[in-house]
Design a protein around this ligand. Structure first.
Ligand code: HEC
Length: 192
């Protein structure tokens, strides 16, 4: 055995070198397809409205008044004072069931709910002198119309429904105003 058989240099593998293997054609083809798709997609989007990233169709708001659940609005906004059965709390919150203020001229309940009411009123022989909050800033005209239509036809009440346009007309005529007093309601409408 010759001495150079133990030579570390002799035992080493040759230095690796890069082969001259070209990128396979299918890979090049795939990159080309992706490029065409990307540029094409970009070109296809030119001139379209920016929809914030996706093109899902926009959900339409429900048509005014049609799908609004007046009963649900009553439960959420009115029942705490006027009670779920519409009987109110004698001496504090007047009843909505069989109330002449609610069931007469529709302009009156529209005014009360849109702008509020403060002052002494009598409902079914009991006197009330509280504060009815205004809902004009919190509910849309369609919602006010829906909740009033609901209470005018609940608990045996039998008055005509109220349309969003009637609430709009009221808002247009009286604008941003404070709570009505019972006397103002009597002077302006046919209030009890
Ligand atoms: C914070 C308590 C409160 C809430 C909430 C409330 N009301 Fe009233 N409401 C009153 C009070 C108090 C009066 C009486 C005001 C007065 O004495 O001048 C009144 C009066 C009324 C009247 C006229 C009197 C009658 O009994 O018919 C109507 C109609 C009415 N409210 C409807 C509604 C509707 C509809 C809602 C919900 C959208 C509502 N109220 C929410 C307290 C409330």
């Amino acid at each position: 055995m010759k001495r150079h058989d133990y030579n570390a240099q002799h035992r080493e593998h040759p230095e690796p070198e890069e082969g001259r293997r070209p990128v396979p054609r299918p890979v090049i083809a795939w990159i080309a397809v992706l490029l065409v798709w990307a540029v094409g997609y970009y070109a296809w989007q030119i001139g379209k409205p920016m929809l914030g990233g996706d093109s899902r169709s926009v959900v339409e708001a429900p048509a005014a008044g049609d799908d609004i659940d007046g009963g649900a609005i009553f439960s959420a906004r009115c029942a705490s004072c006027h009670q779920a059965n519409g009987q109110g709390v004698p001496g504090s919150f007047p009843p909505l069931a069989e109330s002449a203020w609610l069931l007469g001229d529709p302009d009156i309940p529209v005014a009360i709910v849109h702008d509020g009411l403060q002052g002494e009123i009598e409902v079914q022989g009991t006197t009330y002198n509280g504060v009815m909050p205004a809902f004009g800033g919190q509910l849309s005209s369609a919602e006010i119309a829906a909740v009033l239509s609901h209470v005018r036809q609940a608990w045996g009440n039998d008055a005509a429904a109220i349309k969003a346009e009637q609430v709009d007309a009221h808002a247009e005529e009286y604008g941003e105003r404070g709570a009505w007093s019972p006397d103002e309601l009597r002077d302006t409408f046919e209030a009890p």
